[in-house]
Design a protein around this ligand. Structure first.
Ligand code: 3HC
Length: 353
């Protein structure tokens, strides 16, 4: 594969452009409007300049990466791409429209991949005339940093296509897990249930943003608190993922918490809109709280539910302990996977109290 298309240039899409360009691929970044293209360009420029300022890239390397990317609003720019990765918002009708357009204008041998967070890859494949060449390729935010990717195959997938995409992901320096098409895949199902649970603690008046975020940073040693992580992922995306999980499981607590839907309804989508659980007009410091008892209570409540959910996923046969551990460590930057936590504390000590 030589030339890669990326459709949708939000934080995730621009991150995917960066991942491919850094590995030397020619990349075409396409979005629905000139404004969306400019946003993608500026997201890439910001990320590269951060890498330069940290001494991770030279100015020349940064310019070399930028020069590998062409930008535009026209799908025909991707006609000769070998792989197109779609990273548009989590709206099935939008993805269906994009895939049917891609199917008609990108060469027939190309692989079309969706970076969907939880929607059915099978349904997306079905709108095309090349169902065997449609696959899920799911990155994690920030895409240039997180090493895990989920490669999602469907009943239609050609095994050579799956292998090509797995090999490609390895070539990008990622660790791919091959999984079947199920709502939320591995990481988002575990992660979003945990994040949603955190919002419910606020909705129910049990805890506060600062206690929750500092508990999970300080006691669990997670890199971010759940509420700041929701802001990074996007509250609208989070609601969409939870709706998909809820439609599948029918479990009440899988439905999006009211503290999430209420914010989305007033346009507070997290970092991308400048306002979510935090305000992003200025850089913010991580939340802190001196309420040690409150933090311990929150930690115990959230970690027990998260570990139980990981065990349920393993026991259902959907994913292995290894893939679940790797997903949470390399997809979300956690210091250890859930089964490593269980081994460390001892399964006879669970649930923690
Ligand atoms: N783009 C590119 N690189 C970035 C970046 C960005 N947006 N943000 C941070 N980085 C890089 C930095 O340059 C730095 O690189 P270096 O180590 O080579 O110098 C490294 O990441 C660490 O950054 P910082 O020191 O600035 O900050 P932290 O150490 O606090 O790390 C973080 C920031 C990587 C975001 C870390 O907090 C983290 O891993 N958080 C968890 C994120 C997570 O859970 N992601 C998964 C969400 S689920 C998802 O995306 C799926 C979707 O479908 C919903």
């Amino acid at each position: 594969m030589e030339k890669i298309g990326v459709v949708g240039l939000g934080i995730m899409g621009a991150g995917i452009v960066e991942v491919f360009a850094k590995s030397g691929y020619s990349v075409v970044g396409v979005a629905e409007s000139d404004a969306a293209v400019s946003l993608g360009q500026s997201n890439l420029a910001k990320s590269l300049s951060r890498a330069v300022s940290r001494g991770k890239l030279t100015d020349e390397e940064s310019s070399g990466i930028t020069s590998l990317v062409t930008w535009g609003t026209d799908f025909s720019l991707m006609s000769d791409c070998d792989l197109v990765v779609e990273a548009a918002p989590e709206i099935m009708s939008l993805k269906a429209k994009i895939f049917s357009e891609l199917d008609s204008c990108v060469k027939s041998s190309a692989i079309l991949a969706t970076n969907t967070s939880s929607l059915s890859v099978t349904s997306i494949a079905e709108v095309t005339s090349r169902r065997s060449h449609v696959i899920g390729l799911h990155f994690f935010n920030p895409a240039p940093v997180q090493k895990f990717v989920e490669v999602i195959s469907t009943e239609f997938s050609d095994s050579d296509v799956v292998k090509k995409v797995v090999d490609l992901a390895r070539g990008l320096g990622k660790e791919p897990a091959q999984i079947a098409d199920q709502p939320g895949f591995i990481v988002n199902k575990l992660l979003l249930r945990y994040l949603n649970h955190a919002v419910r603690l606020i909705d129910d008046g049990i805890s506060t943003r600062d206690i929750i975020d500092s508990a999970m940073r300080e006691i669990a040693h997670f890199p971010m608190g759940p509420l700041e992580l929701l802001d990074l992922i996007g509250l609208d995306t989070s609601v969409e993922v939870l709706n998909t999980i809820y439609d599948d499981t029918g479990i009440d607590t899988d439905g999006p918490a009211s503290g999430l839907t209420a914010r989305v309804n007033i346009g507070e989508l997290g970092r991308k809109s400048g306002e979510g659980f935090y305000t992003y007009a200025q850089p913010h410091e991580p939340a802190t709280s001196q309420d040690d008892e409150g933090k311990q209570r929150v930690y115990v409540e959230l970690i027990n539910a998260y570990l139980a959910s990981a065990c349920e996923m393993r026991d259902s046969g959907y994913a292995t302990e290894h893939d679940i551990n790797q997903g949470m460590k390399l997809g979300c930057g956690l210091p250890e996977g859930p089964f490593e936590t269980i081994a460390r504390v001892g399964s006879d000590q669970l649930p923690l109290n």
